[in-house]
Design a binder for this molecule. Structure first.
Ligand SMILES: [Mg+2]
Length: 378
């Protein structure tokens, strides 16, 4: 018997689509909670992993007894970080997850992703006051419209105190947290696809691969995302271009991938090292996610033929105007280059895009949000 998350959807298991979405928002460690079909899941981990755009860590955690949805979390407590996301393995919500992740530190034990639905009968239903969930009912009456549980939760580890070895998240834990004011909600919109019942699965097989074959925005860094002060290698020299974070958030909201491709010959020139570039990019990505958007992935080229650092002194087909970085992202994320657009400020950006077979637009300064909004909304 095939566990639902491994059912084929287009050319791959449903789980590979689901994990790919979380990877876009920075998730790097996955724990798969399994039950009696654990062996089937374990046997397919390598297959799923090979279909992902980035290397991630995947652990399979099998519940020792039928523990319920809350008990399953309790049994896997040794694998859990201070904050962790939980999702159902048989539904996918095509939305901007940064809205949930950036909701900020609060005293909520759980922040739940919510969506509007015309018929709430199959889902948990909530009453929301601002972002406080005042009531959580595991089942609503048939045919009622309202705000429902989208099956994606951001947990604070303190919630483990409320769990027991056998319990249900929906029937026991979430109603209790709501009653004591420890449950918050973030509303998102987007397509929701579940594969739990046969009719839904038939639809999902066709729709999910289409839905997730996204348009992609490739952004040059210096002169587009940040002001080009020349060899920006640290946060102290990094100045956001006006509207840059808002532009990325708008693209994420509109369902676009956002990638950054940047020449960083400052490494070859000995001005800063690769660790500094990676630290800067980590910070930059965190700031974008705090602002409610995401950078799905980044490529940088540290090489230069005239570099002073021997290890980086070479001609590289990753250095723009060559298209190596773009081609690598097209390969890793399986992009359709007809649906890719590069925005850069230099001739080398335009040349790299042309060599990769994608469209490009030149940004010559000003507000990046104003530049990008008509593109992603259009
Ligand atoms: Mg530039």
């Amino acid at each position: 018997m095939t566990p639902k998350p491994l059912l084929p959807c287009g050319d791959r298991p449903f789980l590979a689509w689901l994990m790919r979405e979380f990877i876009r928002f920075g998730v790097e460690e996955f724990v798969l909670l399994t039950g009696h079909l654990s062996a089937e899941v374990e046997a397919r981990v390598a297959t799923v992993s090979a279909l992902l755009p980035r290397d991630v860590s995947i652990v399979v955690s099998r519940e020792p007894v039928r523990a319920g949805t809350g008990g399953a979390i309790w049994h896997t407590r040794n694998h859990l970080a201070e904050r962790f996301l939980l999702c159902n393995g048989d539904s996918l919500f095509d939305c901007n997850l940064a809205r949930l992740l950036s909701a900020g530190a609060s005293d909520a034990a759980v922040r739940i992703l919510l969506r509007e639905a015309g018929d709430t009968s199959r889902y948990g239903r909530v009453r929301l006051e601002r972002d406080l969930v005042t009531e959580f009912s595991p089942q609503a009456g048939a045919g009622q419209g309202g705000m429902i549980d989208a099956g994606i939760y951001l947990f604070n580890r303190v919630v483990l105190d409320d769990l027991s070895p056998v319990c249900s998240l929906e029937a026991d834990i979430l109603p209790r947290l709501a009653a004591r004011g420890a449950l918050r909600g973030t509303v998102a919109d987007g397509a929701f696809r579940a594969i739990g019942i046969p009719e839904d699965y038939v639809l999902a097989q066709r729709e999910i691969p289409q839905l997730l074959r996204r348009r992609a925005l490739f952004l040059d860094r210096d002169g587009v995302i940040n002001v080009d002060h020349g060899f920006v290698g640290t946060r102290e020299h990094f100045e956001w271009m006006p509207g840059a974070r808002e532009a990325i958030r708008t693209a994420t909201d509109a369902g676009w991938h956002v990638f950054v491709i940047t020449n960083q010959s400052g490494v070859a020139r000995g001005l800063y090292d690769e660790a500094a570039v990676m630290a800067l990019h980590g910070w930059m990505t965190d700031e974008v996610r705090r602002a409610g958007g995401t950078i799905d992935d980044i490529r940088y080229c540290p090489f230069h033929p005239d570099g002073v650092v021997a290890a980086y002194r070479k001609v590289s087909d990753w250095r723009k105007p060559a298209p190596g970085m773009l081609l690598d992202l097209i390969r890793a994320w399986e992009l359709d280059r007809e649906r890719c657009l590069l925005i850069g400020d230099q001739d080398t950006d335009m040349a790299a895009a042309a060599a990769a077979g994608m469209e490009a637009l030149r940004f010559s300064g000003g507000n990046l949000l104003e530049f990008i909004r008509p593109i992603v909304d259009g």
